[in-house]
Design a protein around this ligand. Structure first.
Ligand SMILES: [Mg+2]
Length: 188
C-alpha cells in the first residue's frame, strides 16, 4: 500500500511549516530529524536559524525532541547549544524509536508531529505510530548514491500523493491507527 508512505503535510523547508496548522491539529510535541532537515548532511553544529526556530517552537508551547539515526557524537555536538531531548542511533523507521521519543515528551503519539526529509525513514516511521508526518524538501541536493536512489522512489510516491483521492487518505489514516497498536504490542 503506497499510502503508508504519504506525509500528512509537505513544506519547502522548516521555515515554511505553518505552526498554526499543527496547533489546530492538536499537536503538542515535535520530533525533528537533523540531517538535511535542519542542516545540510555534513554541518556539525546547529546554526542560528535552527536555534531560533527551535526556541520559537518551545516558546509557542511545543515540546521538541531530536530523533536521529546519526551517532551519539554527531547528535551531542549538534545539540550542544540547544540541549533539547535527543535520541541518537534511532534506527528509523523503527516504530520503537518514535514511541520512545513520544514517551520522553510525555505525549501520546497522536499529539506528536514528525518533521523530516526522508519518506522511508521519517515519514514511514511516523506513520507507523500514527503521528502527524511533515515532509520537508532536503536541504542539500548532493547526497550519497544510496539516498539518491531512494529519492527517485520518493518522487514517484509524491506524484501519487499530490493526486491522491480523499478516500485513499482515509484508508491510510485507518492503517496508521491499526499499525500503532501493532507497534505498541511489539514493545511488550
Ligand atoms: Mg534526514
Amino acid at each position: 500500500m503506497i499510502e503508508k508512505y504519504y506525509p500528512d503535510l509537505y513544506f519547502d523547508s522548516i521555515r515554511h511549516i505553518d505552526i498554526n496548522i499543527l496547533k489546530e491539529k492538536g499537536i503538542k510535541g515535535i520530533i525533528l530529524d537533523i540531517d538535511n532537515t535542519l542542516v545540510p548532511m555534513h554541518t556539525k553544529d546547529a546554526d542560528e536559524n535552527v536555534i531560533n526556530w527551535v526556541a520559537e517552537l518551545k516558546k509557542t508551547g511545543f515540546k521538541v525532541c531530536i530523533l536521529s539515526n546519526a551517532s551519539l557524537k554527531r547528535v551531542t555536538r549538534f545539540n550542544k547549544e540547544m540541549s533539547i531531548t535527543a535520541i541518537h542511533r534511532a534506527y528509523k523507521p523503527a516504530g520503537k524509536a518514535f514511541l520512545n521519543a513520544a514517551d520522553k515528551m510525555g505525549l501520546e503519539p497522536e499529539k506528536v508531529a514528525v518533521v523530516g526529509d526522508q519518506i522511508f525513514t521519517d515519514i514511514y516511521g511516523g506513520n507507523k505510530v500514527n503521528m502527524l508526518t511533515v515532509l520537508v524538501k532536503p536541504i542539500d541536493k548532493k547526497e550519497i548514491l544510496y539516498v539518491r536512489l531512494k529519492r527517485h522512489l520518493e518522487k514517484r510516491i509524491l506524484r501519487r500523493f499530490s493526486n491522491a483521492h480523499k478516500s485513499r487518505l482515509e484508508i491510510r489514516n485507518e492503517w496508521k491507527k491499526k499499525r500503532l497498536q501493532i507497534e505498541r504490542s511489539r514493545l511488550n
